[in-house]
Design a protein around this ligand. Structure first.
Ligand code: F6P
Length: 320
């Protein structure tokens, strides 16, 4: 291939730029030009793109956000949108595309490949909700940020004998809450994968108080409930001084961890290699510490497994 393109799609992650950096640099090494498409599939449909030169991507790998901006594009789900996207790719002489995004974005890549332009997906989401890869790009940064924030919240809760419900992102996947909660020694972890009764939590809070533990940190995955409502419920039942904090976009921003950067760069390398061989409809990920690629359909049908073993370990470690 002589000319490929890259876009970032869906909710951004702090490590999209590191992936772009590696793609641009490694593609140029292979004699390929790289176009950067703005605002995900919207920019593809509208032809909003510019060439990315190796010197232009220097020192971007530690910057959160995406130099290409990111967006969710409903038009790409329609036949007209897809046809227009393929037309743009042909008009610009683009022979292959790398899509950095989540499962919705991968479907677009699959369609484009089936319509004649090989497209490869990189797992760009903080949620870690793509079953085919042990880590998605941005997850490590998100959990590190969340654990650091909880440590700060804990000190002030301790000073005031308060209880705080800390809400993490993750959509329907509890992995951010689980890993963050374990690392931060949260007193409760509430995730969509494990049913819970708020009345039980209230009882446990009262028992903790009898043992002299006035403060609790409850890590709540956004898919398991609303932090403000849960805090209010516990307050009414126990009469305790309750607070709630939504960590929100802090988890999607800031400087990416070294783990995330290196992973993004490794995945970028595989994506460039695939396109260089004219292969599309693949996604790149990491499994058992090895970078690998997989058919998009297979990746999308793989069932996500919650880490019940870690959750069980957490219960045992915190059962004091
Ligand atoms: O998928 C990433 C994610 O950050 C989820 O964790 C969250 O539910 C959602 O995106 C938020 O999306 P938006 O950027 O539209 O607020």
């Amino acid at each position: 291939m002589k000319r490929i393109a890259v876009l970032t799609s869906g909710g951004d992650t702090p490590v999209m730029n590191a992936a772009i950096y590696s793609i641009v640099r490694l593609a140029h090494n292979k004699g390929m030009q790289v176009l950067g498409i703005m605002r995900g599939y919207s920019g593809l449909i509208n032809g909003d793109m510019t060439e990315l030169l190796p010197e232009q991507v220097e020192y971007i790998s530690n910057q959160g956000g995406s130099i290409l901006k990111s967006a969710r594009c409903l038009e790409m789900m329609t036949d007209e949108g897809k046809a227009q996207a393929v037309k743009t790719l042909h008009d610009f002489g683009i022979e292959g595309l790398i899509v950095i995004g989540g499962d919705g974005s991968f479907k677009g890549a699959r369609s484009l490949t089936h319509m004649g332009v090989p497209a490869v997906g990189l797992p760009g989401t903080i949620d870690n909700d793509l079953a085919y890869t042990d880590y998605s790009l941005g997850f490590d940064t998100a959990v590190n940020t969340a654990a650091q924030e909880i440590a700060k919240i804990r000190t002030t809760m301790l000073s005031h004998d308060r209880i705080c419900v800390v809400e993490t992102m993750g959509r329907h996947c509890g992995d951010i809450a689980l890993k963050t909660g374990v690392a931060a020694e949260a007193d409760f972890i509430l995730v969509p994968e494990v049913p819970f009764e708020l009345d039980d939590i209230c009882k446990q809070i009262e028992e903790r108080q009898k043992k002299g533990r006035e403060t609790s940190i409850i890590v709540l995955s956004e898919g398991a409930g609303d932090s403000a409502e849960i805090a209010e419920y516990i307050k009414e039942k126990t009469g305790r001084d309750m607070k709630s904090v939504v960590l929100g976009y802090t988890q999607r921003g800031g400087e990416p961890t070294v783990f995330d950067r290196v992973l993004a760069m490794k995945c970028g390398k595989r994506a460039v290699e695939l396109l260089n061989e004219g292969i599309g409809s693949r996604v790149v990920g990491i499994r058992k510490n090895r970078i690998y690629d997989l058919d998009i359909d297979e990746a999308l049908t793989e069932k996500l497994e919650f880490d019940y073993e870690l959750y069980e370990q957490y219960l045992q470690m915190t059962n004091y």
